[in-house]
Design a protein around this ligand. Structure first.
Ligand code: FA5
Length: 335
């Protein structure tokens, strides 16, 4: 084979090999075979140049360089092409090198943010967080809370009953109407001293308006021990309101009635010219302590139940509780 033929066959094979290389590894293998400096076909061609007659050397050398440059250029071009090709994950059309479309990661719902902050504030005051079931029996929702059978709060029209009492179920079941159920569950399982909060959903067939919904969140608080007094209750609620709503928030405690606390108060915060009721509270009724196996002569306790959405509305100037449940993005994005 003369030089021209060797050059042509080298160039043809090299270009074919480079063209066929579909991966960086294959292209590298082609480089080693056709452009390698220490061994390979280019090196062989170069070696053969030694036998070219002196008078032909300049022309053959020039040809050699031209071919080498063409193969090198083809190799570099292919390298660029492979590097800029879309990097698709195996079996996917997804190109990981394309710039992102700037999707927002989303945020926690304002009520969830409020719940986290409530738990945080109460943890700083030494209250652990407990959970209780949303589907309850009448014992935990009413009986142990000193709410007798004929009490209006047990009216089937004012509750979401799920089943009636039968020989199988023993007790009627309902969606809990208050988180006070967790007071009972906690006292049944633990001995004083107790300092807990429990946050969760409660359900009531209330008429929906700007401050009422049929499903809403409450935070229950319970503290039981040898020296728990009404002063402890007022201090904790005042500290809590200050921590969440700010230093100068005017609060008031209004005498009220709950079957499971004695005395009982309603806890209001100033809103405009009026007051917004944020929760109920009081000293745990001795009957409730007894129902849970405690001796009311030895321990006392306070409890409170706060409406979470109403606190959040107060802080952010939200005028209607329904905003929380409509999931309008323009509302949610503000938090
Ligand atoms: C209770 O639910 C008592 N369990 C609170 C309690 C606990 C008293 C422990 C004493 C000891 P009340 O029904 O008032 O109380 O509800 C408490 C708070 O929940 C209200 O002040 C209000 O902030 C919120 N709330 C009540 N009903 C609704 C509703 N339909 N929609 C939104 N929030 C509500």
């Amino acid at each position: 084979m003369d030089h021209e033929q060797s050059f042509a066959s080298y160039e043809q094979d090299a270009l074919k090999s480079i063209e066929a290389a579909a991966t960086a590894d294959a292209l590298e293998a082609a480089r080693i075979e056709f452009l390698g400096k220490k061994q390979g076909r280019l090196k062989d061609l170069q070696g053969a140049l030694g036998s070219v007659p002196v008078d032909q050397k300049p022309a053959v050398g020039k040809r050699f360089n031209e071919i080498k440059d063409r193969v090198t250029a083809a190799w570099e071009q292919k390298k660029l092409m492979l590097e800029s090709a879309p990097k698709k994950a195996a079996g996917s059309e997804f190109d990981v090198t394309l710039p992102g479309a700037g999707l927002s990661l989303g945020k926690l719902h304002p009520l969830t943010q409020t719940i986290e902050e409530f738990k945080d504030i109460m943890a700083r005051l030494g209250f652990e967080s407990e959970e209780g079931p949303e589907v309850e029996d009448e014992w935990h929702n009413f009986v142990a809370l000193n709410i007798p059978e004929d009490h209006p709060a047990r009216n089937p029209l004012d509750n979401f009953y799920l089943s009636v009492a039968s020989t199988v179920t023993k007790e009627a079941r309902l969606l809990r109407s208050q988180t006070s159920t967790v007071q009972i569950r906690t006292m049944e399982q633990r001995q004083p001293p107790i300092r807990i909060v429990s946050v969760g959903r409660v359900y009531r067939p209330d008429q929906i308006d700007a401050t009422h919904h049929m499903m809403f969140h409450q935070m229950e608080g319970l503290m039981v021990g040898p020296d728990v007094t009404m002063a402890s209750l007022k201090t904790v609620l005042q500290l809590f309101a200050t921590a969440y709503l700010g230093e100068n928030v005017p609060v008031r405690f209004r005498p009220s009635f709950f079957p499971f606390t004695e005395p009982s108060v309603e806890f209001d915060v100033r809103r405009g010219n009026g007051w917004l009721e944020l929760g109920g509270a009081g000293m745990v009724d001795p009957n409730v302590l007894s129902a849970c196996g405690y001796d009311p002569e030895k321990v006392s306790g306070f409890a409170f139940g706060l409406g979470i959405a109403r606190f959040c509305m107060m802080r952010h100037g939200i005028d209607d509780i329904r905003h929380f449940y409509e999931n309008e993005l323009r509302f949610l994005q503000q938090f």
